[in-house]
Design a binder for this molecule. Structure first.
Ligand code: SF4
Ligand code: SF4
Length: 484
């Protein structure tokens, strides 16, 4: 008896062809007549190609990706035949006789590039779910307290020291009553919304410049774990790592505070951009403090701002981190808008290479959004409530200036604040200028803060930049597909 596959292959000369290949797993070229697949079983669900599937060519190769989720994959040149075949109404069960093809189709289902025909629309579902999360307060997953807008450093890419006067309400230092009340309100919100986890971040400027208050606050937050045993309460501090004395070290250890330290590479790279206001580099002191933190077994994440000056030496930096025992590395993008496209490409390739290298060395490395990834724009506005020293609450510590409410009624912000709803609804599908764009859910209309700055409207986008954005995102998708 002849195998069905052979029978199909024989007919393929006259028939429409399904031919698909991917660079994930084994590369398989399969040629079969579509008619053999299109027969309906009547029992199982039909497959269809996602309406968000897009394609492009880069470096002579062909790629498919999802315009909302990314998920790039390299394919053979005549993939349109494959798309046509899938859309002809085939079911997954019908592919049982063609295990190689089935495996590839399953891979595409996993990437959401192929789906079952009764699946609801991804964007519409996302909007409904987001509305529910806003309504119930569940969207909020972190409280950020801007405990000090002052900073002892003068990094060249940072605006904090340049806008010191603007932030100097209450001397730029948050007082304990505002911080404590904000925490109480946040915990109330977590409990009312039925969530089980609370995350509190001490942010700045440099938080340790307000240490007397911060120490009291960290103790208070730690004590809440006993009062609310049903909650997992985490707290962490983002610091430049230059002001960590023995007292701070002990408190961080005893109060189980996670630490994120900014460091942009080894001495030469770091000190180019990260220096004290007198111009002296900071690497030497951060290195000393890192070693002390690791010795105390305190959780430390390194946050590195990447630009052309340090992107190419990530592997050497990773070796240094491995040597001193750091396990977490987060790479953020610096706004290098002046870069030419090829510079962006080189930096992105260097970042991806660095991330893969770090993972091989046992470091949990993450790329940030922006030019370091194929995504940009806000990821989950409304997820953070950020309290400034004045007690005003905002949605983002660095971007939008739409005030959401006040610290002393923070728990009611999700339900009562029109501004909160307005800001939190800025998600894929709700930006009229972006509907149907090839990178709709990846670009997400860019930074809301930038839109506010440019147009005084967070729902407007700078259309003059779109062509270059789409080109950059597709290039990053291609680079990513080649690495994965
Ligand atoms: S407003 Fe800008 S800075 Fe803030 S979360 Fe959005 S992209 Fe990031
Ligand atoms: S800002 Fe432009 S590139 Fe970005 S999603 Fe909107 S239309 Fe697309």
């Amino acid at each position: 008896m002849r195998k069905p596959r052979e029978a199909l292959a024989e007919q393929s000369g006259q028939s429409k062809r399904l031919r698909v290949s991917s660079n994930i797993g084994e590369n398989v070229f399969s040629i079969i007549p579509v008619e053999a697949l299109a027969e309906q079983s009547g029992q199982s669900k039909r497959l269809r190609v996602s309406k968000y599937l897009r394609n492009f060519e880069y470096g002579g190769k062909h790629f498919l990706y999802h315009s909302c989720l990314g998920n790039p994959i390299e394919v053979v040149e005549d993939y349109p035949d494959f798309i046509e075949a899938i859309n002809s109404g085939v079911t997954l069960e019908q592919l049982n006789v063609l295990p190689e093809i089935k495996k590839e189709v399953e891979q595409l289902i996993e990437l959401s590039l192929v789906e079952f025909s009764d699946e609801p629309d991804l964007i519409e579902r996302g909007i409904i779910e987001n509305d529910e999360l806003i309504e119930t307060g569940k969207l909020v997953n972190m409280l950020v307290l801007d405990v000090s807008t002052r900073c002892n450093m003068g990094c060249s890419y940072c605006n904090v020291h340049k806008t010191q006067d603007k932030h100097d309400i209450n001397g730029g230092l948050m007082d304990f009553d505002i911080a404590k009340k904000s925490v109480d309100e946040y915990i109330k919100l977590v409990i009312e919304s039925g969530k089980k986890t609370a995350s509190i971040s001490y942010f700045g400027g440099e938080p340790f410049l307000n240490y007397k208050m911060l120490k009291r606050l960290m103790r208070y937050v730690y004590s809440l774990r006993r009062i609310y045993p049903q909650l997992s309460i985490y707290h962490g501090v983002s610091t430049n790592g230059t002001i960590i004395d023995d007292e701070i070290l002990k408190d961080l250890k005893d109060l189980e505070v996670r630490v994120a330290i900014s460091l942009d590479g080894l001495q030469l790279d770091n000190d180019q951009k990260r220096s004290f206001s007198n111009g002296k580099g900071t690497f030497w002191i951060v290195e000393q403090n890192l070693k002390k933190l690791v010795k105390q077994k305190i959780d430390v994440e390194i946050v590195t701002t990447i630009s052309e000056h340090n992107a190419f030496s990530i592997p050497k930096f990773v070796d240094f981190l491995v040597d001193i025992g750091i396990k977490d590395l987060s790479l953020k993008s610096c706004a290098y808008r002046d870069y030419e496209d090829n510079q962006r490409r080189d930096v992105y390739e260097a970042v991806i290479t660095g991330v893969h290298y770090a993972k091989k060395k046992g470091i949990r490395a993450r790329e940030g959004h922006g030019d370091l990834d194929y995504t940009r724009g806000c990821q989950g506005l409304g997820g953070i409530l950020c309290v400034e020293p004045s007690g005003d609450v905002f949605a983002c510590p660095e971007g939008i200036r739409i005030k959401l409410g006040d610290f002393d009624s923070l728990s009611s912000i999700p339900k009562k604040s029109q501004e909160y709803r307005f800001v939190s609804s800025r998600i894929t599908g709700n930006l009229p200028d972006c509907r149907g764009c090839d990178v709709e859910g990846l670009c997400r209309g860019g930074c809301a803060g930038q839109s506010e700055y440019n147009f005084d409207d967070i729902y407007k986008v700078d259309k003059s930049a779109c062509e270059s954005i789409r080109r950059n995102i597709k290039r990053n998708l291609a680079i990513r597909a080649s690495f994965d």
